[in-house]
Design a protein around this ligand. Structure first.
Ligand code: PEP
Ligand code: MG
Length: 800
């Protein structure tokens, strides 16, 4: 650091090494202004006071004896925390500014104002404790921030309040727990030009996925107005997920997910003049719109990646958009401390095995399940009423709640998004939390027994009563390598990142229909032929779901592409085989608006399903939407590792017709490296394997249907379960035969049915047949990988 001044320094004079004098927050602002400007990262200008300014203020106002005695009295129990805190803060607020310090602050402020061409510019006054934001002390927000401060008097007043906020009750108790000496810490003030995000929006972002630690995405939260509402968790923000590895290709838009949040309120400048800022409700138009355009989302994501690269670790950042100029800014950056410290080699899997009715639902934070008793608390002051180990149910949380949160077993809030205070602190504490439920404080009551589940993807559920669940812990280290590829069957986009740490060779089966029923819910033809939907409820539901999209089909295309993109991104650049929809007619009819377009069938399992639909007039336009989603995935988002697969293809004639329809929809086999696989799940596929192999790049054996159709056993008939046996010699003959045929034809061959997931030994048989890959459910991955390694070893040893 170089400075002519004694007590203050411009951000551009500061860097990472200045944490002892200006604290983590201001040092990192300086570091970014100095080093990342050339990368295009914009940070609003400003300056910081040095620790020496704080120390001189304390010395000249003779505050040390008072702080020392108040802290000692509190530690001895003579006075309580609130009394000690109030006493010290009042003393700070009564203190007078040592002349040279005030002069420097005001001189820097005058220069800053000139830089922005005004006499007295609006600034944010932020606290940066010299022990705050260190990697092992990450509870940010212990001290205060003052927004929209203007003019010398208001500035000096806000600065004094910043000093005083080093002794808020929560900051004192935090230091005490972390073992910091109350007389050794100091506070540096950051005075930063305000970004007029009250006229636009702002939020936070992380350079990794905060739930799973998946490090190839940037998560951006965005709400209208000043950023405090997002940081404090008072709004449910928009959330965007961006895939980092494809950010450099200007022709692509690697946005995996765009979720629109409710954004009910915003913080703006108070034009009445009585206070600097105030909160107001947002308009309907604001709630319906996304805060950021795609170009802005991508620009922020590139900055997040550059900032992460510069610091060499995952980062947690705040951003703001200026509504007057349209410019984006980074206003804070610090290392992310939760996921980056978690083990990447251990997988814990919770599964719910018994549950009551859903009491409330919201966003799941963490992956755990637990049972316990509810305690609804309205105010952090009621801490004495909170029994240790209860499930905390509250409207929202802020740093005052941390002492209660530490004693909770799980946390459920009415408001807040994935980056709200409740979510961040729960992750740090390793507690499951369900945030943004809307009405948990109304629906749940004290003493109620409940089960909190964060193990079912994005959504978290509170179930009534004490449910049953299991926990499995697996260590990934030392898993043996295998020649046979072991892939995953994945259908839940929300859980995809969680499995990315498994050493899988890609995804062998992503069932498109799972994504349609979870994330889209509407029959595609009900969107292309909306006029033919007569059911009023279905019409209403469709209008609500498709609001904000260019047209109704666009909803299906975008939601499907984005859902699948999470699965494709989790294993990029390894292959991810997406199977085109394979609902049966009864299942299609159950989708919103579906009943009007599906025939009634006695035997849907062998009815109008798979390939036969794609070229039929009944479904052709629905299939076109599926194809558009695949094109968006490969061509716009850029995930060219996506392979497509055709299910239930009965004959060579069908194969030709489907390949023709794919080509008409821009998905010609071989173009831009597009591979097309076919399921081998009907005896005809085995019998005519050499001819199918000429038409497709590979096969995936669907042992579920192949067993059903070889043995003539309805796979869903419980009474016949004993007859449904993939190890029957007839089924094994079929499998062995098609593997052989594919090998001779030079086509790839894998298996994605349930058999090896349930019976890892079955994989040994497949290895002996010489299969290329086996695709299994994630929870059985480790067991299957081991048994394949053992089978391969045995083959080597016996020389077979
Ligand atoms: C199969 O038939 O084995 C298969 C994987 O497909 P599905 O279970 O979806 O019919
Ligand atoms: Mg099948």
């Amino acid at each position: 650091m170089t400075s002519e001044a004694t007590y203050t320094a411009w951000f551009e004079q500061l860097g990472r090494g200045d944490v002892p004098t200006v604290g983590g927050k201001n040092a990192s602002l300086g570091e970014m202004v100095r080093t990342l400007g050339e990368k295009g990262v914009s940070v609003p200008g400003g300056f910081a006071t040095l620790a020496s300014a704080y120390r001189t203020f304390v010395r000249d106002n003779d505050l040390t004896p008072l702080i020392a005695s108040a802290m000692t009295d509190w530690q001895k129990g003579v006075i309580d925390l609130a009394e000690a805190g109030t006493m010290i803060r009042k003393a700070f607020l009564r203190g007078s500014w040592p002349g040279p310090i005030a002069a420097e602050i005001l001189e820097f402020y005058a220069q800053l104002s000139r830089r922005y061409g005004v006499e007295a510019t609006d600034v944010a006054v932020r606290s940066s404790a010299t022990a705050e934001d260190l990697p092992d002390a990450s509870f940010a927000g212990q001290q205060e921030t003052f927004l929209n401060i203007r003019g010398p008097d208001a500035l000096l007043d806000a600065c004094r309040r910043c000093f005083a906020s080093l002794f808020t009750d929560r900051a004192i108790s935090y230091r005490q727990t972390k073992g910091f000496d109350h007389l050794q810490v100091a506070l540096s003030i950051g005075v930063q030009k305000m970004v007029r995000s009250d006229l636009a929006g702002s939020g936070v972002m992380f350079s990794i996925d905060t739930e799973t630690g998946f490090d190839k995405v940037v998560l951006i939260d965005a709400a209208w107005g000043l950023g405090e509402t997002v940081v404090q968790g008072q709004v449910d923000p928009d959330q965007y997920t961006v895939f980092k590895p494809l950010l450099d290709d200007a022709a692509l838009k690697p946005i995996l997910d765009k979720k629109r949040g409710a954004k009910a309120i915003k913080m703006i400048y108070d034009s009445t003049g009585s206070r600097p800022v105030r909160q107001v409700p947002t308009s309907r138009a604001e709630r319906d719109a996304f805060v950021l355009a795609d170009g802005e989302i991508l620009r922020l994501a590139r900055w997040a990646r550059d900032i992460e690269r510069h610091y060499g670790c995952p980062m947690d950042m705040e951003w703001a958009k200026d509504g007057e100029t349209g410019e984006l800014f980074i206003v804070q950056a610090r290392p992310e401390t939760v996921q980056s410290r978690r083990s990447l080699t251990e997988v814990r899997t919770y599964s719910i095995t018994g549950k009551g009715p859903v009491a409330v639902k919201g966003l799941a934070i963490g992956e755990a399940v637990l049972t316990g008793r509810v305690k609804v608390i309205e105010s952090a002051r009621d801490i004495a009423d909170f029994p240790d180990g209860a499930i905390l149910v509250t409207s929202t949380t802020d740093p005052d709640w941390v002492p209660i949160m530490k004693r909770a077993a799980a946390i459920v809030t009415d408001h807040g998004g994935r980056t709200s205070h409740a979510a961040i602190v729960s992750r740090e504490l390793g507690l499951p939390a369900i945030v943004g439920t809307g009405d948990a404080t109304h629906r749940l009551h004290d003493g109620q027994d409940v089960t909190v589940s964060c193990a079912e993807g994005d959504q978290g559920f509170v179930y009534e009563g004490i449910g049953a669940f299991t926990v499995d812990t697996t260590t990934l280290e030392d898993l043996p390598p295998t020649r046979t590829e072991v892939m995953l069957n994945l259908g839940n986009p929300a859980a995809a990142f969680r499995w990315a740490k498994l050493p899988a060779d890609g995804v062998g089966l992503a069932r498109m229909e799972f994504v349609i029923s979870n994330a889209i819910k509407v029959h595609p033809v009900a969107l292309t032929r909306f006029d033919a939907v007569t059911d009023e409820d279905a019409r209403k539901a469709i209008v609500a779901l498709t609001r904000g999209y260019a047209d109704k089909p666009a909803y299906f295309v975008e939601a499907l592409a984005r859902g699948l993109s999470r699965i494709a991104a989790a294993f990029h650049p390894k292959p991810v085989i997406i199977r085109m929809s394979d609902f049966k007619t009864n299942e299609y009819a159950g989708l919103i608006g579906g009943a009007a377009f599906e025939p009634h069938e006695e035997n849907p399992m062998i009815g109008f399903r798979g390939a036969s639909r794609y070229y039929s007039d009944r479904y052709r336009d629905g299939f076109a939407l599926e194809c558009r989603a695949i094109r968006m995935l490969r061509e716009e988002i850029g995930l060219t590792n996506v392979v497509i697969m055709i299910p239930f293809c009965r004959s060579l004639g069908e194969a030709d017709r489907v390949l023709q329809v794919l080509a008409e929809n821009g998905l010609e086999r071989g173009r831009n490296g597009l591979q097309v696989y076919v399921m081998c799940e009907i005896p005809s596929n085995v019998i005519l394997a050499p001819a199918f192999a000429e038409r497709f790049d590979g096969f995936s054996i669907g042992s579920n249907d192949l067993t059903q159709l070889t043995l003539g056993v309805d796979r869903d008939a419980g009474d016949l379960a004993a007859l449904f046996d993939e190890e029957d010699p007839a089924v094994k003959w079929m499998i062995g035969h098609v593997i052989e045929a594919a090998r001779i034809a030079g086509a790839k061959i894998g298996l994605c049915g349930q058999a090896p997931s349930d019976r890892p030994d079955f994989a040994g048989f497949l290895v002996d047949c010489g299969i290329d890959s086996v695709s299994v459910t994630p929870d059985s991955f480790v067991a299957v990988k081991k048994s394949i390694a053992a089978a391969e070893k045995k083959r080597r040893e016996t020389g077979s």
